[in-house]
Design a protein around this ligand. Structure first.
Ligand SMILES: [Fe+2]
Length: 436
């Protein structure tokens, strides 16, 4: 079956379908019918809405969700700044190809405190651009602590390990070879039920991810709509005598705003959404379900045929703030063709990383190195001399290429990506050999 053989069993149920209007309720009748904001919603709930686009965005891209919850998310008290090891990073642009053989991730951190900004373009305060981060969580987030980013959508790309993400709208189990997107503003708590987990985050300050248009490919292939999984409603409470209630409890709410973290407390659980309906929600996707397309006679198609998700730019038609593409092991059959990536210079910046799909990774002692490459616009790159010479004399025949147990990904951004001082230090001394 074209799905990943996960070593960690699924524990949640999901809705299916990217971009659809979904609805979920813990108890029948909790979602009001026909009306969005009744005077008193069923089960004594109150109505809260979260918008991911302006109200007047075109229907095809309009993202709004209605929630029916025990308490509204109103602030109680003021947010106070909290210090982090990633606050505030300084950035610089490099004309050189940059390679990271590994990242110096400190042990003992959780989902929030382990995040390190690697590169950035634009500014979350003006909702422009994006950032690349890496995380290495070896413990659960503190009990009764919830996090959200006001800066952008988090595209989470695990390198290895499992994340259990409890969101306001329900839970996602994100394992090796799966990705998840948590939209801006959605509150969530992350635990690591199977031990340490590490990986990458693409934080999109501008717009939202969508599926690429398929053009002459037709109506299916690449990442298919039905394979995206959306959580179902779950709340930490009970319904007694027709009224939904949650026990009082003290929570810390941590917000990321313009790259800085702030915290405040509240006296009720944020996981009190009994029902929701709308188009703005988190989702996950098994990269093993990606239907790969390639050349069947000669030449390479552009890597855009490997796009899983794209965030369109409004600067130029056909351009993306960022494309997320993957390269699983796949068959090559091209005749009279230079099989490696030809030498090239691109106007887009390319960030390449690796996902481990060896499902034992992370269970034992440590991880395989978490490496990556960054080529900013017009940085020339291609394979090394040895691979180049081999490719020119290779006897061509059908062959499966790519490394079994690995999935390479490409984040291709329209802007130059400035690298943080931490990222530059981590790249120093890396031996730049592979230049995909
Ligand atoms: Fe490239």
């Amino acid at each position: 079956m074209p799905t990943t053989k996960f070593s960690v069993e699924e524990k949640y149920s999901y809705l299916e379908g990217f971009g659809g209007y979904h609805q979920s309720e813990v108890v029948r009748g909790a979602n009001p019918v026909g009306i969005n904001s009744p005077q008193v919603p069923g089960f004594g709930l109150c109505t809260e809405r979260i918008s991911g686009t302006s109200f007047t965005a075109p229907r095809a891209t309009n993202l709004q969700t209605w929630m029916y919850r025990v308490h509204p998310s109103l602030s109680q008290g003021k947010f106070s700044a909290i210090s982090t090891t990633d606050n505030p990073p300084k950035f610089q642009l490099s004309p050189n190809p940059l390679q990271w053989n590994d990242f110096p991730m400190e042990p003992g951190h959780d989902w929030i405190s382990s995040q390190k900004t690697l590169a950035r373009s634009g500014d979350p305060a003006t909702k422009a651009g994006l950032a690349y981060l890496v995380y290495s969580a070896s413990k659960d987030m503190d009990p009764q602590t919830v996090f959200f980013s006001a800066d952008g959508d988090y595209l989470i790309i695990p390198h290895a390990g499992t994340l259990d993400i409890q969101t306001e709208l329900g839970s996602l189990l994100v394992r090796q070879n799966e990705i998840a997107v948590i939209p801006r503003g959605i509150r969530y708590r992350v635990t690591v039920p199977n031990g340490p987990a590490r990986g990458y985050i693409c934080e999109l300050f501008q717009g939202h991810f969508q599926l690429p248009e398929l053009g002459p490919i037709g109506s299916c292939s690449l990442a298919n709509v039905r394979d995206f999984q959306i959580p179902t409603a779950h709340f930490e409470g009970s319904i007694e005598n027709g009224i939904a209630t949650c026990q009082p409890s003290n929570w810390s709410v941590i917000i990321k705003l313009a790259g800085k973290l702030y915290s405040r407390t509240q006296d009720h659980t944020p996981f009190d959404v009994v029902a929701w309906h709308g188009t703005y929600y988190p989702y996950k996707y098994d990269l093993g379900r990606f239907s790969v397309i390639g050349s069947t006679l000669f030449d390479h198609p552009d890597p855009s045929i490997s796009t899983v998700l794209t965030a369109p730019s409004h600067r130029e038609p056909g351009t993306a703030v960022v494309d997320f593409a993957i390269f699983p092991p796949r068959w090559y059959v091209m005749e009279d063709t230079y099989w490696p990536p030809y030498f090239h210079r691109n106007t887009m910046s390319e960030f390449i990383g690796v996902v481990v799909n060896s499902q034992d990774e992370g269970k034992g002692e440590g991880f395989k190195p978490l490496g990556a490459l960054l080529n900013n616009p017009m940085v020339p790159h291609g394979v090394d001399e040895k691979a180049h010479e081999e490719a020119r004399v290779k006897v061509l025949g059908p062959e499966k290429v790519g490394m079994e147990g690995y999935m390479f990904f490409l984040l291709e951004a329209e802007a130059m990506m400035a690298v943080s001082d931490w990222g530059m230090d981590a790249a120093a001394g890396a031996d730049v050999k592979a230049k995909l």
